[in-house]
Ligand binder design. Structure first.
Ligand SMILES: *[C@@H]1O[C@H](CO)[C@@H](O)[C@H](O)[C@H]1NC(C)=O
Ligand SMILES: *[C@@H]1O[C@H](CO)[C@@H](O)[C@H](O)[C@H]1NC(C)=O
Ligand SMILES: *[C@@H]1O[C@H](CO)[C@@H](O)[C@H](O)[C@H]1NC(C)=O
Ligand SMILES: *[C@@H]1O[C@H](CO)[C@@H](O)[C@H](O)[C@H]1NC(C)=O
Ligand SMILES: *[C@@H]1O[C@H](CO)[C@@H](O)[C@H](O)[C@H]1NC(C)=O
Ligand SMILES: *[C@@H]1O[C@H](CO)[C@@H](O)[C@H](O)[C@H]1NC(C)=O
Ligand SMILES: *[C@@H]1O[C@H](CO)[C@@H](O)[C@H](O)[C@H]1NC(C)=O
Ligand SMILES: *[C@@H]1O[C@H](CO)[C@@H](O)[C@H](O)[C@H]1NC(C)=O
Ligand SMILES: *[C@@H]1O[C@H](CO)[C@@H](O)[C@H](O)[C@H]1NC(C)=O
Ligand SMILES: *[C@@H]1O[C@H](CO)[C@@H](O)[C@H](O)[C@H]1NC(C)=O
Length: 500
């Protein structure tokens, strides 16, 4: 009986959550480039990359025309600049819909209208008319009989959710309830969705080290390192899921329990200022690759397992004209020529953006790790860890550069490869991390590397001829230290909740 009820609830939720089949990955298309490609080039890139869902920040006519009959589903947006006029006039809203939607549909498959962007935080004086604008746009769709095909929503920034960890205690900034309640009412009654922008990069940056980088990047972690929500006992292994669940809980505090979440923006910058050390190609690649795999895997979140959260990556192009920090210009997957900034690692996750056939991961010594700990780990790897370190000897290919970080990277990677690249094998008491950048150099070719000349080098595990000690890997990984760290981590997350 209880099970039936649960199933019924679940299927009701599911059918509301996924109007059609399964979760998808889309891409946002910002246009603040000095040499913005022509819309036909944009669409060619989308097709080559098998991207079938895009979000525009406006309703650019040339872009909508180029997207016609492309098979690509399109989110158009009412820019914030046009919001006040639309929120004050039903007929302005009707004109907008007629010019930007009706004129292009169905040749251009517009499926969503985003009314404004992060209005509550970036344009607080327009907040009062936001729901009006949404309703006017929607009634224009009703009048043209398109309200079943096209949903209306408005992207919210995740920082309006307060106390977001543990997720079960999250709530919306109460001073916004007078807007959020009618908004959620609208989303529920029109079968629309909560559009949420989720940026673990910023959560991580603002946390001052409380949020571990691995959590932000969806890196696999041993269960004892996951954050636990003490109210629900749900385990969180990444920031993205925790934020999405915080949104579900915040909605349910206002008694809305069946509005699905779609993430309208998420990503990671590949370059940053000197004070943004984690805006790197490697981290951007790791985040976006893992995000895509996570979304398409249909794992859902701990609160709603199996209910996937479709996500639009921020963003298609690096926008070199964006003002502000260097990172602002470097969120893109491609440059203006359509060349990838990095090749995503997506083997086995379907066709979208899938241009990777290599699967290369490398275990490297962390930049800035304590040299003493790195040395100890290196000694362990070449000794009890039974890695063949002969290539590190003077005169051998990997001797140069002769420093502990470079040598440790070689040994760590050899050990990681020997252990079948299991994530746990790339820890070394926290001084190692998995990277997608090949550390091979000169004639020092790492196992599994495709080398500079593109040929596959010998992927055999290093020989295991050392028997110098019986101590096992788990000895080195120091159970005691591990336990203390995981306790600290959970405490850290509780502090995180208070900080944010
Ligand atoms: C993969 O990348 C190459 C260029 O590097 C491009 O020509 C090709 O269309 C891409 N394929 C997919 C499926 O993305
Ligand atoms: C537009 O997208 C919707 C939603 O996936 C789909 O059901 C419909 O067939 C598409 N329409 C066209 C004309 O491709
Ligand atoms: C706005 O116009 C639609 C028709 O386009 C109508 O159904 C609706 O009642 C109007 N709303 C207001 C507040 O005038
Ligand atoms: C909540 O929102 C108000 C504006 O509506 C803002 O002034 C306030 O700082 C926000 N509170 C928090 C904790 O972010
Ligand atoms: C949610 O529903 C409960 C039970 O019906 C009620 O007590 C509570 O006041 C409601 N909360 C809100 C914010 O409407
Ligand atoms: C999806 O994720 C689950 C749990 O993280 C994992 O066990 C499974 O192998 C993944 N499936 C695919 C197809 O990647
Ligand atoms: C890539 O990784 C997946 C799972 O991690 C594995 O099944 C597949 O065989 C790998 N492909 C290559 C070319 O190594
Ligand atoms: C790459 O090319 C160089 C010579 O150009 C060769 O010595 C080396 O073995 C090659 N590397 C691989 C991995 O094939
Ligand atoms: C690869 O390794 C095997 C076993 O160690 C060795 O016999 C073979 O010659 C190696 N091949 C190359 C190209 O280095
Ligand atoms: C492995 O054995 C070879 C020869 O048997 C030896 O030269 C080498 O030093 C050994 N490696 C280690 C790490 O002990």
């Amino acid at each position: 009986m209880a099970l039936h009820l649960l199933l019924l609830l679940l299927t009701t939720f599911l059918s509301a959550a996924t109007a059609d089949d399964g979760p998808f990955i889309g891409v946002n298309i910002g246009t603040d480039l000095s040499d913005m490609p022509h819309p036909t080039q944009v669409v060619a890139l989308l097709k080559a990359q098998q991207i079938r869902h895009v979000r525009l920040y406006d309703a650019d006519q040339a872009m909508l025309i180029a997207l016609a009959k492309s098979g690509i589903e399109v989110v158009v947006s009412v820019p914030n600049e046009e919001l006040l006029a639309i929120g004050q006039s039903n007929s302005t809203a009707a004109n907008w819909v007629s010019r930007n939607v009706v004129a292009h549909y169905p040749a251009t498959n517009i499926t969503v209208i985003c009314v404004g962007s992060e209005v509550l935080t970036t344009l607080p004086n327009a907040a009062k008319i936001l729901v009006n604008a949404i309703k006017y746009i929607h009634s224009a769709l009703v009048a043209t009989n398109l309200d079943r095909q096209i949903k209306v929503t408005t992207p919210l920034p995740s920082n309006i959710i307060l106390d977001s960890f543990p997720p079960s205690q999250a709530f919306f900034n109460r001073s916004m309830n007078s807007i959020l309640v009618p908004l959620l009412d609208f989303l529920q009654s029109t079968d629309s969705f909560l559009a949420l922008n989720v940026y673990p990069y910023y959560d991580y940056m603002k946390s001052n080290g409380v949020i571990p980088l691995e959590y932000a990047l969806f890196k696999p972690l041993p269960p004892n390192k996951e954050a636990v929500d003490s109210n629900t006992l749900l385990h969180y292994s990444n920031v993205f899921d925790a934020v999405v669940d915080a949104a579900y809980f915040a909605m349910s505090f206002l008694n809305y329990t069946n509005i699905p979440v779609v993430v309208t923006e998420s990503g990671w910058p590949s370059r940053g200022d000197s004070n943004e050390p984690d805006a790197t190609v490697d981290n951007a690649n790791t985040y976006n690759s893992n995000l895509i795999k996570h979304v398409l895997n249909k794992t859902g979140t701990p609160k709603h397992p199996g209910i996937a959260v479709s996500t639009y990556i921020y963003e298609l192009y690096n926008e070199d004209n964006k003002p502000g920090l260097v990172s602002e210009k470097n969120w893109g997957l491609f440059d203006a020529n359509g060349e990838p900034i990095y090749i995503l690692h997506l083997t086995g996750s379907g066709a979208v953006l899938a241009n990777d056939t290599t699967n290369q991961t490398f275990c490297i010594a962390k930049d800035g790790a304590d040299p003493k700990m790195v040395q100890a780990a290196l000694d362990w790897a070449c000794g009890p860890g039974k890695v063949d370190c002969s290539d590190l000897l003077q005169g051998q290919p990997c001797y140069e550069p002769d420093n502990v970080l470079a040598h440790a990277t070689y040994a760590f990677h050899a050990y990681y490869t020997k252990m079948g690249k299991s994530p746990e094998a790339c820890d070394f008491n926290g001084v190692a991390t998995v990277s997608t950048t090949d550390p091979s150099h000169g004639s020092c070719i790492f196992p599994g590397s495709h080398g500079k000349n593109g040929t596959l080098s010998n992927i055999t595990a290093p020989s295991m001829n050392s028997t110098s000690s019986d101590s096992s890997a788990s000895d080195f990984h120091g159970c005691e230290l591990m336990r203390i760290r995981s306790i600290l981590m959970v405490i850290g997350f509780l502090v995180w909740g208070l900080v944010l």
